[in-house]
Ligand binder design. Structure first.
Ligand SMILES: *[C@@H]1O[C@H](CO)[C@@H](O)[C@H](O)[C@H]1NC(C)=O
Ligand SMILES: *[C@@H]1O[C@H](CO)[C@@H](O)[C@H](O)[C@H]1NC(C)=O
Ligand SMILES: *[C@@H]1O[C@H](CO)[C@@H](O)[C@H](O)[C@H]1NC(C)=O
Ligand SMILES: *[C@@H]1O[C@H](CO)[C@@H](O)[C@H](O)[C@H]1NC(C)=O
Ligand SMILES: CC(=O)N[C@H]1CO[C@H](CO)[C@@H](O)[C@@H]1O
Length: 575
């Protein structure tokens, strides 16, 4: 069934010409041709796809290729068996009726609007669906004769002739007329020890990309740091009997040590609890306020009377109002991916004390996303067309826009956060999702006082954001909306690289249940960091969830790293 699916996805390109580049179209043609050839081949031996009687497979495939070959004449002659089958299925009474009700006499253009909303076809999925042999063919086809000749030439010359990377100036700054790469890895929450999924999801992926960029001699700045504000920290502080600041100091050191051990090449690893954060976040806030992009409204908030405090959405659990998943968090449902307001949960309990909270109202400030939507879409059109966005990032972003944007509350009744600098709200702080992405900027400001050369320089800087997919909406919709609304020449994301999830053996990583491998434990195993790095990159959840497995780690260490890569390098270096 795999190749049918690819065919169905690729057909979109024909019907809607959704901006696929020329070589992509050729690739698509090839893919569809192969898949159709495959279907035609199987139809030479039998009447219908699954045998001699019509089955659901016929209907599905017929429906998928219908937009392309509405009258069957566009099918090449080599595919005569497919042609005959298509005609036969099309003539079925039910299929005729279905087609008529859909087309309403307008022809294939009726599919356009629908198909344009689908994620852009990814050709990589062809590789993962087919077997390894075909995968290699695809890779080979992407290289031109010249590429191969150049590679052979370079190989013959040996390592001495490889140009040395230019020395790095300090601080690293963009340079006129050169390629300037600003790379961020999602800021890890300070109250946790990161697990392998967190490490490959953003930190290690960003590291590898940054190393590549430096080898290419591009001006590259990789920044990250701990995200330290919010209730998560307050709660952890209560648990451990420390102040929030002490918790941040303690876990910032834990994170720093783990990434150092994994040899992550951050140019600067900072934190969000700095005066720079306060200054920049408040400046962004003031500019949004002056430009009329903030609204005031009353919010129903959950409050725990037992603990005497308002509850952050993340600390409430209940039933998702959209998909009825019964372990949804108050901010987001892990099952359907929708963002939630905690008060919308059907029956909820606080995740710490397990008491049911009460609803209480207070005045808050909202980011007027509907008012920013137009400029966001304009910018997104351009960024998606010219940048590297992973399929999941494109898909999540599109579905957010399709659902329409609503105003989002940016303030919270908490203490541990960036204070809101406005009368009437001075006892509140910024909500973490508003505050945290500003951390990229303030952390850079903590690295160099010339930070604006990176962050207010969209003409000369390419911004790459690395993250796991649950972080996509904040980076593709909400934060860009803020930066565009501020009208201060900010650098807005050009490339968004999101991973799926890494599972642990057959389940999820879970600190509370002690399941999984955490950064500090990886170190204690005695297995060197480079083997961890290799294996995590090998199982990187790129197009779909993947899993960490101990036995697979041993296997890949021996087969891929030692036998294949090791022997290859060995043969080269001992020539
Ligand atoms: C399409 O596939 C058929 C075999 O199914 C092959 O004969 C033909 O050359 C292919 N056409 C293109 C354009 O690749
Ligand atoms: C860490 O990476 C650097 C290159 O960025 C390399 O020179 C160094 O040997 C690595 N350290 C370890 C312990 O692998
Ligand atoms: C934005 O910044 C760049 C580089 O600093 C500058 O060349 C450009 O003129 C600025 N654009 C605006 C609209 O301020
Ligand atoms: C990985 O392979 C090396 C070389 O054979 C071996 O020394 C090491 O013990 C292996 N590590 C693991 C975790 O299997
Ligand atoms: C260069 C710079 O601004 N460094 C600051 C980074 O943040 C820490 C913590 O707030 C300060 O102590 C540094 O002075």
């Amino acid at each position: 069934m795999g190749s049918y699916r690819v065919a169905a996805i690729c057909l979109c390109c024909f019907v809607c010409s959704c901006g696929a580049r020329e070589e992509e179209k050729e690739e698509v043609l090839q893919t569809v041709n192969n898949s159709l050839g495959y279907v035609a081949q199987s139809l030479t031996k039998k009447e219908y796809l699954a045998g001699d009687v019509l089955s659901v497979a016929d209907i599905v495939v017929w429906g998928a290729i219908y937009p392309l070959v509405i009258d069957g004449t566009s099918l090449p002659d080599e595919l005569s068996s497919l042609k005959g089958w298509f005609k036969k299925v099309t003539e079925l009474d039910q299929c005729q009726k279905a087609a008529e009700s859909l087309l309403k006499g307008q022809g294939p253009s009726v599919f356009k609007a629908f198909l344009q909303k689908l994620p852009a076809p990814v050709l990589v999925s062809e590789k993962s669906l087919s077997n390894e042999q075909e995968g290699e063919d695809t890779a080979a086809r992407l290289l031109s004769e010249e590429d191969i000749a150049a590679a052979t030439e370079a190989w013959k010359k040996g390592l001495h002739d490889v140009p040395k990377p230019k020395p790095q100036q300090q601080p690293i700054l963009p340079i006129d007329g050169e390629k300037n790469m600003l790379i961020t890895s999602a800021l890890p929450y300070v109250n946790n020890v990161p697990h392998l999924g967190n490490i490959i999801g953003s930190v290690l992926s960003a590291d590898v990309f940054a190393r590549y960029c430096r080898l290419r001699d591009w001006n590259t700045l990789l920044v990250c740091g701990t995200d330290e504000y919010g209730t998560a920290t307050e709660t952890k502080a209560m648990e451990e009997g420390l102040t929030p600041q002490q918790i941040c100091d303690k876990y910032n050191a834990v994170h720093t040590a783990i990434y150092k051990w994994f040899n992550i090449s951050f140019d600067y690893f900072g934190r969000t609890t700095t005066p720079h954060q306060t200054k920049i976040a408040q400046d962004i806030f003031h500019r949004l306020l002056e430009r009329g992009f903030l609204l005031e409204d009353t919010v129903e908030q959950l409050r725990c009377e037992t603990c005497q405090r308002f509850l952050a959405d993340r600390f409430v659990e209940g039933i998702c109002p959209f998909c009825n998943y019964d372990e949804a968090r108050g901010d987001q449902c892990d099952k359907c991916g929708k963002l939630i307001n905690a008060v919308e949960l059907k029956t909820s309990v606080q995740s710490v004390c397990k008491q049911s909270p009460i609803v209480k109202s207070s005045r808050h400030l909202f980011l007027d996303l509907p008012k920013l939507e137009e400029r966001l879409e304009k910018w997104l059109d351009q960024s998606l067309a010219t940048g590297d966005w992973t399929t999941n990032a494109r898909y999540i972003t599109r579905s957010w826009l399709r659902d329409g944007l609503k105003p989002r509350c940016i303030t919270r009744d908490l203490k541990w956060g960036t204070p809101v600098p406005l009368d009437g709200f001075r006892d509140k702080v910024f909500y973490v999702w508003f505050d945290a992405p500003i951390g990229y900027i303030s952390i850079t400001a903590n690295y160099t006082d010339q930070w604006e050369k990176w962050w207010k320089n969209p003409q000369q800087v390419q911004l790459y954001n690395f993250m796991a997919k649950d972080n996509v909406p904040f980076h593709s919709v909400i934060f860009p909306s803020c930066l565009l609304g501020v009208e201060d020449n900010y650098t807005v994301v050009n490339h968004l690289i999101a991973t799926e999830y890494l599972n642990y053996e057959d389940g999820k990583f879970s600190k509370s249940r002690g399941v999984g491998v955490f950064g500090d434990m990886a170190q204690d195993t005695g297995i060197p960091a480079d083997i961890w790095r290799f294996y995590l990159l090998y199982v990187r959840p790129e197009g779909q969830d993947s899993a960490f497995s101990w036995s697979d780690l041993m296997l890949k260490n021996n087969s891929e790293l030692l036998n294949n890569l090791g022997n290859f390098v060995n043969r080269y270096t001992t020539r």
